[in-house]
Design a protein around this ligand. Structure first.
Ligand code: MN
Length: 460
């Protein structure tokens, strides 16, 4: 069983007019999207990406399902950008983490990424970057054409080589993580990583325990460092995971080939040693990302990726005869969601939300019982018990199962009080406390004695 708790924070930043980032944090799916495209394009792309992802992953919460969800999100954005003129060229990054069952049958987090939003894993005291940016500069670093330091300040570092919704197909990077109790996952848009270096991110992740406060603290740091871009952060804590040694959790790259939907399951993952990142502080001036995505066009005989001009996203539109991928087959209406999940081998999971729900369910009757108990016992009365006057706590005859308690069986009998007081005593004489009840009995007795003294013997 895996229990997760998450926190989300998103902010427009200090330089932009609108927030084109979008975050998602459900019970078992978490995502960050950073949209781009003129006018409302970026906002629409990020929203469509996250909404499509949520629906698709809900139908098939597996590693293959996460990849299919990315493919579906890509198609939805692409289709819409072809239909609506002012949305042409829109696109978005998407980094997502989903809780599912791994290829070995254990609970795992699967991660998927397209673009330069990032996922970091804090495990065993170390913070590692899991994803690799699909930016022009980072691709050149990977091809050994540029150093990490050069990439940090390269003018093309914000130009993406991959994004969701800018073409009919998309290549999705996938990983699976065997998370343990205490692991913490961070998803963020580049508005965070451009402003705050990994040492500072790591420091916040280590020091702020509450995931909501940690997400907020990271966003605040980005704004304090300039806030040149929208910034979005999702922090996911593994409250209960697989137990194990103190070693950091294992991150594996998952490779899938072929068309989406044609893969029943992921092939065994190849282990990957995640490097511990040391990122130098951000460059003093951070320019906004160009609203264009450069497809990784590789001229023949060259390893150099050519950065196309900004209008390339429009020019690389496919011919009008393009048809978006066919819609997914709707599930059988007779099959409930639970049955479908069971058939797919998805175990039912206990999330923090579910635990809180059951606590609430238990709290309601417990509170009701407490109120009834308080009402039934917040009363005292005087009555006659086997000829003796007694003080009871409770309601005479009981109330909803709470029976009165005999507190003081006094030595005063029915013959020790004036006879005209007896009918009242046979009914209920309520008193505000035990002391008041005892005082009442004592007074009756005093009254009786006073009467005896005043009456000459033999004349009564
Ligand atoms: Mn951004």
């Amino acid at each position: 069983m895996t229990v997760l708790r998450s926190g989300v924070a998103t902010d427009i930043g200090r330089a932009r007019d609108s927030n084109e980032d979008r975050a998602s944090a459900g019970d078992n799916l978490f995502a960050v999207a950073d949209g781009m495209g003129g006018h409302v394009g970026g906002e629409v792309a990020a929203r469509v990406a996250v909404e499509t992802l949520e629906r698709a992953y809900d139908r098939n919460p597996t590693i293959a399902g996460l990849r299919e969800a990315f493919v579906a999100a890509n198609a939805a954005i692409w289709e819409q950008s072809l239909r609506v003129d002012e949305l042409r060229g829109m696109g978005t990054t998407l980094a997502a983490a989903g809780l599912t069952v791994g290829t070995d049958g254990r609970d795992v987090m699967c991660l998927a990424n397209v673009g330069d939003s990032r996922a970091y894993l804090m495990s065993g005291g170390m913070v590692r970057q899991v994803t690799a940016d699909h930016s022009l500069a980072e691709e050149r670093v990977r091809h050994g054409e540029m150093t990490e330091a050069e990439a940090e300040t390269h003018p093309h570092r914000h130009i993406l080589t991959r994004a969701l919704g800018v073409g009919p197909d998309v290549d999705v990077d996938l990983w699976q993580l065997h998370v343990k109790s205490g692991d913490r996952l961070l998803l963020c848009s580049d508005g965070l990583t451009n402003e705050v270096n990994v040492e500072q991110i790591s420091q916040v992740l280590h020091s702020v325990k509450d995931p909501r406060k940690a997400a907020r603290a990271l966003v605040d740091r980005a704004n304090a460092h300039g806030g040149n871009d929208n910034v979005t952060v999702v922090v996911v804590d593994v409250l209960v995971g697989e137990d194990g040694n103190a070693e950091p959790s294992v991150v594996s790259r998952v490779t899938m080939t072929g068309a989406a939907g044609a893969m029943p399951e992921a092939p065994p993952a190849e282990p990957e040693t995640g490097p511990v990142l040391t990122v130098p502080p951000p460059a003093p001036s951070v320019e906004p990302r160009a609203a264009a995505v450069v497809p990784p066009t590789k001229p023949a005989g060259s390893d150099v990726f050519v950065a196309a001009p900004i209008t390339s996203a429009v020019r690389t539109l496919p011919p009008p005869e393009y048809r978006p991928p066919p819609k997914e087959v709707a599930p059988q209406p007779t099959e409930t969601r639970r049955e479908r999940r069971r058939r797919m081998g998805v175990p039912r999971r206990i999330t923090v939300r579910v635990v809180l729900f059951f606590l609430l369910i238990l709290a309601v009757p417990a509170g009701g019982i407490a109120v009834v108990r308080w009402y039934s016992m917040d009363n005292w009365y005087v009555a006659v018990d086997h000829g003796h006057l007694a003080v009871y706590q409770g309601r005479q005859g009981g109330f909803l199962g709470f029976k009165p308690k005999l507190l003081d069986l006094t030595g005063v009998t029915t013959t020790d009080v004036l006879s005209f007081r007896l009918p009242v005593l046979r009914q209920t004489v309520n008193e505000p406390s035990l002391k008041a009840g005892e005082r009442y009995i004592a007074n009756l007795h005093q009254e009786f004695i006073a009467q005896q003294d005043a009456t000459p013997l033999g004349s009564g």
